[in-house]
Write a new protein. Sequence first.
Length: 260
Amino acid sequence: MSDSNRTLYDEIKDFLEAERQVYGEFSVPELKEIQREETTEEISDVAEEEKIRYEVSSTEPEVEKTTEDKLSSCSTLEELRELCMQAEELRTDLENTNLVFGLGNPKADLMLIGEAPGEQEDIQGEPFVGAAGRLLNKILSAIRFERSDVYIANILKHRPPGNRNPNPEECKNSLPYLYRQIELIEPKIILCLGKISGNTIMGGENTLKSMRSKKHNFREIELYVTYHPAALLRNPQWKRPTWEDVQLVRKRYDELGGEP
């Protein structure tokens, strides 16, 4: 074959043959193998980065939730009850007391709020079950309510020593939990039983006489204040004004379309 008839292919072939004789057999890595090696290295790098990220994050301390965060996460009364069971700030100076969370219709249009559990309430874990509770049942019946129609709670969820009145610190600690309880129940009307209950919820220092027989507004809920049933047992002369107060509550309840 003359040089004039040689092609580029012939020249490359001769060159490779000469290279083979000098350096021996050789091969070109396939593309797939190169890609596989690169992919393995990439996966290894990613895994190492994830490991470092996990080790760093696992050493960071968890941020403790605030009381507000915990309360906001409660979407049912049962969840709120469980939170109250764990809340040490709700306890009073009296040791080994039971939680008195509240009881009644969870979607009641009328909510009654007293001051603090007494001895019998602490024993049974329910609000208003002693002599004052029996009188309250009669009052409710007189204005055509069954106890199961309404929801009953207290400012405090644990009994204070000697059945004393709640102190300011106890009220401050308890209010956020009570407010969340009210939000979950969504009553149309709140009836506060006693001066302490009315002043604590509305944030005032008023006499009971100045608060009763009139409508107050609490977070777009109508609120009324009357005498505590325990006070009526000691002062029968207050039963008449209490009767006037609860009749007003029943009237507004019907006007607002309360059920039942």
